[in-house]
Design a protein around this ligand. Structure first.
Ligand code: SF4
Length: 264
């Protein structure tokens, strides 16, 4: 991976690219690794059969960050690999490299809650991590099992408790519309969100994206042309209790600030 050149960012105007986590400040994306060994049914990232993960060296990643800072002045980064905290030794190496160079940067990363380690979370915060984006998907174990997340609500709770303890912000991503989704499972998720206190939540609707296991399992039963209207706001492929219109309505309602959505 280290043999690949850095992206030619000078071709873009950095001021035009920003991220919600930095409140509109210029942000750039970095890919520290490629691949993921997990099996989530909705995931269309990479070939799920290989399950291999390829890493860049910490030096190479931080070289890229340093060149961004020197060339454009942008100091806000998004680590856009699938699961940044998959390999603890690598996470620590990246953090230590940032700290050794006294690089003043901020970054967020995508993470699995069950792999959160307190000592590493503290080091990440020290090295500029401002947020971990965690895939909650649902706070119902039956839904998580269907989604093949290989995780439980309790394990997610334990990981997020660590982040709250060390004062590292996190956001959550949820997916509604599994076949067993009902008002109880939705309430489970909303109550869990209220309990753990994320920075923000993104609500999505389960969609059989080409490349995902879900797509492979139902592709012969659906009109794939309907995927042309895919927009994460609704689905044309309802899998259970709720119709596509229901799910769009639920999502619209939940998109209100969490407390409001729970209280109404
Ligand atoms: S959703 Fe994330 S953890 Fe699950 S398979 Fe895809 S990349 Fe891996």
């Amino acid at each position: 991976m280290d043999d690949l050149p850095f992206p030619e960012r000078h071709l873009l105007n950095p001021k035009l690219y920003w991220d919600i986590s930095y409140y509109g400040l210029p942000t750039t994306w970095i890919l520290p690794a490629r691949g993921c060994p997990f099996d989530c049914i909705f995931c269309a990232q990479f070939d799920r059969n290989t399950k291999s993960v390829r890493y860049r060296s910490a030096k190479n990643i931080v070289d890229e960050m340093e060149s961004v800072v020197n060339d454009s002045g942008v100091r806000n980064f998004a680590f856009f690999d699938e699961t940044f905290n998959l390999y603890d030794k690598q996470v620590k190496a990246i953090c230590n490299e940032i700290l050794a160079r006294k690089l003043r940067v901020k970054w967020w990363c995508a993470a699995r809650a069950d792999l959160i380690i307190e000592e590493t979370a503290r080091l990440m915060k020290k090295a500029g991590c401002i947020e971990m984006r965690v895939g909650l998907e649902s706070a119902n174990d039956e839904v998580l099992a269907y989604l093949r997340k290989d995780i439980t609500v309790e394990k997610i709770r334990r990981g997020l408790k660590i982040l709250n303890k060390v004062g590292l912000n996190f956001s959550l991503q949820c997916i509604f519309g599994s076949p067993m989704e009902n008002s109880t499972t939705i309430r489970n998720t909303m109550e869990f969100i209220k309990e753990v206190g994320p920075l923000f939540v993104s609500f999505n609707v389960l969609t059989p994206l080409p490349g995902s296991q879900l797509f492979e399992e139902i592709k012969n039963t659906i009109d794939i042309n309907a995927l042309n209207s895919f927009d994460i706001l609704h689905t044309d492929f309802p899998l259970g209790t709720y119709s596509g219109t229901d799910l769009a309505g639920i999502k619209k309602r939940l998109i209100l600030p969490t407390t409001l959505a729970l209280d109404t």
